[in-house]
Design a protein around this ligand. Structure first.
Ligand code: SAM
Length: 291
């Protein structure tokens, strides 16, 4: 089979993993669009989603093949992709949204291509995990992407328990139907005072990030009906705690412009400490001669 050359800037033959938007269609990269425009073969987790994205950006499919592929059901397509690569094709793969292989198909395909001696290239772009890390306010120097927790309660608690000593910021994907119980289990397994964030519908119209201690978030999401796509982030174990003098100083500053309860909540959340303890500290600070 001869592969047509669709663009003057024809990429080097090989398999390209192209990241696609997680919400805002314009988050596709220029290189991603170039690859979608110039690939000889397009492969997608969801062919309709990819066609829609290409339509939005005016990238014509033309007569090019567009194959559906998922790691778990894709042996036959994987072999077709490998055959195309062996003939010198440029193959672009996109998962339904975000970065392929990140809780999305592509791993088995990439590994097969590498084993076959073909070039495998990333065209990086959006991923909900990194977008969430950016807005979470949690330490970003070291993080662990854990993917989706098990959906069954007991298995989830065991799984979370294995992460309890992890010092890196933890990043989870979660279904909106389970986020309440997942947060409750996180508070139980990691302790309620760790800082955490729930990021919903990133880059979309109803984007929302809620930050606080795990206990606050577990309370806020208990019984709340939630829609949309969600990332949950939890500060790592043993995150450096401020010493008491620093907490007192922050509390004294907050008390200058806030009511006791508000100031205590703010400072407790800042340092991942119990709101009750910091409230007691604030009352003591507020008393004449209190220290
Ligand atoms: N490959 C994708 C990526 O790079 O982020 C992730 C695919 S995974 C099947 C889908 C999950 O990612 C969702 O259930 C949600 O947890 C998270 N997610 C995707 N888009 C999101 C968004 N716009 N806002 C928040 N979370 C999102």
């Amino acid at each position: 089979m001869a592969w047509p050359v669709n663009s003057p800037a024809r990429p080097t033959p090989g398999l390209y993993f192209v990241a696609t938007p997680i919400g805002a269609a314009r988050d596709i990269t220029l290189r991603g669009l170039d690859l979608l425009a110039s690939a000889d073969v397009l492969v997608a987790e969801d062919t309709r989603t990819l066609r829609h994205l290409m339509d939005i950006h005016g990238v014509a499919l033309g007569g090019r093949p567009l194959w559906s592929y998922h790691d778990h059901s894709g042996e036959a397509v994987r072999q077709r992709v490998l055959a195309a690569l062996a003939e010198g094709a440029v193959v672009a793969y996109a998962s339904e949204a975000g970065t392929p292989l990140v809780s999305d198909p592509g791993f088995a395909l990439g590994r097969a291509a590498i084993a076959g001696g073909h070039a495998v290239t990333a065209a990086p772009g959006p991923s909900a995990a990194l977008a969430a890390l950016i807005v979470s306010g949690l330490p970003s120097d070291r993080f662990l992407f854990a993917g989706f927790p098990p959906s069954a309660a007991q298995a989830r608690r065991t799984w979370l328990g294995e992460l309890a000593q992890e010092r890196a910021t933890l990043i989870f994907y979660e279904s909106p139907n389970r986020v309440g119980e997942m947060l409750r289990d996180c508070a139980q397994c990691f302790g309620g005072t760790r800082q955490a964030a729930v990021c919903r519908e990133l880059t979309k119209k109803f984007e929302e990030t809620v930050r606080g201690t795990l206990q606050d978030l577990a309370d806020a999401f208990a019984g709340r009906s939630v829609k949309g796509e969600i990332v949950v982030l939890v500060g790592g174990a043993g995150e450096a705690r401020a010493d008491e003098a620093e907490v007192r100083a922050a509390l004294a500053r907050a008390l200058e412009g806030m009511k006791v309860k508000e100031a205590a909540a703010l400072v407790a959340d800042m340092y991942g400490l119990s709101r009750r303890d910091i409230y007691q500290m604030a009352l003591a600070l507020g008393r004449p001669g209190g220290n």
